[in-house]
Design a binder for this molecule. Structure first.
Ligand code: ATP
Length: 341
């Protein structure tokens, strides 16, 4: 069909990764939320994976940056360019005529965003070519994506741990009843690892090495068999490359503060949950979503600290995008979860 309208898309605009869902097709794109820009010409040089490879490796005139920080837009213009790139990539190869043939776009936003930030997202989406922009709060999208019955009169609890924000929400009848949104998540865990290694070993490591250490050695609760790994960095005293060995116990200690903040947000949300909904959650448990949910034994830690069953979603990294996509495909059914632009 030679459609007059663009393909409707849902975008999980994350601090770390952006996922794009095309109506009728599912997730078609998942790339790091990174943009590389040439300072001299102000032109975008690369977006996504290609730009991520440039982080920390660019010559003077090119800057590779993440336009979102802590789950919110830190650089409006660059975010707009990134959105435009992702939307364009999913559209048939022809010009997008804004408002006439642009697609409808659902963008997922953290539940803690302010009115100003929300407007910024909608404006960026519309300037990027959307004829109509909707936003959906991240915990609602994650819950829909995890298959929770969000529209029923039943308490569902979702804990979504991304790169920049961790969102905890209890949902019933299509809306969020209690929530906590903290700007502490996966990135802060990486930073904590970097800081620890710098302090204990006088070694500077890059953010990608810190993230890798988190994924490979990190845990929120003791492992049956603790592990160790070798890492390379720059010796802060001699300025030369150096290799050290580090254990999973050390990484657990390094990340204890941000992990505890996430656990505290879950406890705090439960404390404020009305008794009927709390009882539903006691029975059915909470669902963990977002990339941060894959930190080893985080489920075990939460289970022990709250006494409530904890399940990690099968599609932790994609839950939010899947849920945003479902809300796009069933706009009427999920109307109460969406806010129109
Ligand atoms: N196996 C893993 N163990 C621990 N953390 C992981 C793992 N895989 C990915 N992550 C972390 O998940 C985070 C990214 O998750 P996700 O893609 O859900 O975030 P986002 O949607 O981009 O961020 P936000 O929701 O804050 O805007 C990163 O911090 C990444 O390091």
């Amino acid at each position: 069909m030679l459609g007059l309208f663009g393909r409707d898309v849902a975008i999980d605009l994350g601090t770390a990764n952006t996922l794009v869902f095309v109506k009728g097709q599912g997730i078609v794109l998942s790339e790091p939320s990174v943009v590389a820009i040439d300072n001299k010409t102000d032109k975008v040089v690369a977006v996504g994976s290609a730009a991520k490879r440039m982080l920390g490796r660019t010559p003077g005139n090119i800057v590779a940056m993440r336009p979102l920080k802590d789950g919110v837009i830190a650089d409006f213009e660059v975010t707009e360019k990134m959105l435009a790139y992702f939307i364009r990539k999913t559209q048939p190869r022809r010009r997008l005529f804004r408002s006439l043939v642009g697609p409808r776009v659902v963008v997922c936003v953290p539940s803690g965003v302010t009115g100003v930030e929300l407007r910024a997202v909608k404006e960026a989406t519309e300037s990027a070519g959307a004829r109509q922009a909707f936003t959906i709060e991240e915990p609602l999208a994650a819950a829909i994506g995890a298959g929770l019955p969000v529209n029923e009169a039943q308490g569902s609890m979702i804990v979504d741990i991304g790169g920049g924000t961790s969102e905890v929400a209890v949902i019933s009848l299509g809306g969020i009843v209690t929530k906590s949104s903290i700007r502490i998540a996966g990135d802060d865990i990486d930073d904590a690892i970097g800081t620890y290694i710098q302090k204990e070993y006088k070694l500077a490591i890059g953010t990608q090495t810190a993230e890798q250490l988190k994924i490979e050695l990190g845990s929120a609760f003791p492992l049956a068999e603790e592990e160790s790994a070798e890492i390379r960095g720059r010796d802060l005293v001699t300025g030369l490359p150096k290799t050290i060995a580090i254990t999973s116990e050390e990484i657990r200690e390094a990340i204890s503060v941000p992990v505890e903040a996430i656990v505290a947000a879950v406890r705090d949300t439960l404390d404020r949950t009305p008794p009927e909904l709390a009882s539903d959650i006691m029975d059915r448990g909470m669902i963990l979503a977002g990339g941060g949910a894959m930190l080893r034994h985080l489920d075990e830690r939460l289970r022990r600290e709250t006494g409530i069953p904890v399940h990690v979603s099968d599609d932790a990294l994609m839950c939010v995008a899947i849920g945003s996509g479902r809300s796009l495909e069933e706009l009427e059914y999920y109307r109460s979860a969406l806010s129109a632009g």
